[in-house]
Ligand binder design. Sequence first.
Ligand SMILES: Cc1cc2nc3c(=O)[nH]c(=O)nc-3n(C[C@H](O)[C@H](O)[C@H](O)COP(=O)(O)OP(=O)(O)OC[C@H]3O[C@@H](n4cnc5c(N)ncnc54)[C@H](O)[C@@H]3O)c2cc1C
Length: 383
Amino acid sequence: MTGHVMMVGAGLSGAVIGRMLAEAGWQVSVVDARPHIGGNCHTERDAETGVMVHVYGPHIFHTDDAEVWDYVNRHTTFMPYKNRVKTTSRGQVFSLPVNLHTINQFYGKTMRPDEARLFIDEQADTTITEPQTFEEQALRFVGRDLYEAFFKGYTQKQWGMAPTELPASILKRLPVRFNYDDNYFFHTYQGMPEHGYTPMIESILDHENITVTLNTRFDRAEAAGYDHVFWSGPLDGWFDYELGRLGYRTLDFERFTYTGDWQGCAVMNYGEVDVPFTRITEHKHFAPWETHSGSVLYREFSRACGPEDIPYYPIRQVNEVALLREYVRRAEAEDGVTFVGRLGTYRYLDMDVTIREALDTGRRFLAARETGHAMPAFAINPL
Ligand SMILES: Cc1cc2nc3c(=O)[nH]c(=O)nc-3n(C[C@H](O)[C@H](O)[C@H](O)COP(=O)(O)OP(=O)(O)OC[C@H]3O[C@@H](n4cnc5c(N)ncnc54)[C@H](O)[C@@H]3O)c2cc1C
């Protein structure tokens, strides 16, 4: 059995589910309010410098999921890429994540791994037995010096809240490595699409049963015209925010250009509170196989998300989760719509997780139609 489905959003969620259903014989309409496909993964060449720019912030692909890795490699060529981040703090440049190099440089020592482990144990505040806040957790793990240099300011700027107000759960594990590994991610597969993410998503959407319409905002009143709707827009947006808005952080990007190499790496964090931005990204370093004499950079500022801003990071503090619960209850009472992706389920999702969930959601829909079962409002529980 087939029919006509609507994918609201031409990001990874809409594209991957849409492709699976199109291959199974469904007619798939994809709409996006933006003038381009790709959602927040959208990339485009900077007109002035020719550099490939990650328009909504830097995106590095990393996964342990072999099916997802095969999937993306069917739609584009991935180039090897390791994310190596630096941070400027107290007038020096350090390596991140905090590793043996960072520790030795910070304390002016030449410790070996076991020595450094003992040393950090001595710095840790062992009087904190049951950490409740981010600050307590960090102090218990690494002590005040490293906490203040590398965690406090950045966290405060990113979340707009003192680390004493954030839950300890944000920092689950010891955020320090006792070797010189400065690869940000541990995943088996890592890379960067050779021509950016948008051509990859264009290839996913390239199927005779898929039609894409841009610059078009979908409203739930239009849902009746389709056999099913997959909504990758904001969950509260489906309900016209009638219970209030789920809290997000948004980002402002301040662009500047340079002739040559401005900072020598893709990402430079700024951990101190008196520097108003969190980091500077130099986009040509995300494509080290390309050569550009010009360079384009973005200073990234984090702030509370207003009604007209782009929602980036869900806050998910106690109040937001309570409101989320209310919206989930309403969503579950709806018929013919499934809420998907980072906005539809109000969660931070890496790209590989987004694709994994989209593949699972598409399969679940096809199985449900095959067996005559109803498709639920959430294929993945957002709570
Ligand atoms: C700053 C930042 C950096 C990130 N970096 C990484 C990274 O390094 N590695 C990684 O793996 N992941 C990263 N991610 C996560 C990645 O962006 C997401 O996994 C991915 O974008 C989720 O895709 P999606 O389709 O669910 O949502 P989106 O990409 O947000 O797509 C949703 C689309 O729906 C459209 N839409 C919404 N409402 C409507 C409507 N009513 N009508 C029509 N269209 C609508 C929107 O315009 C949007 O295009 C990052 C995220 C952020 C915020």
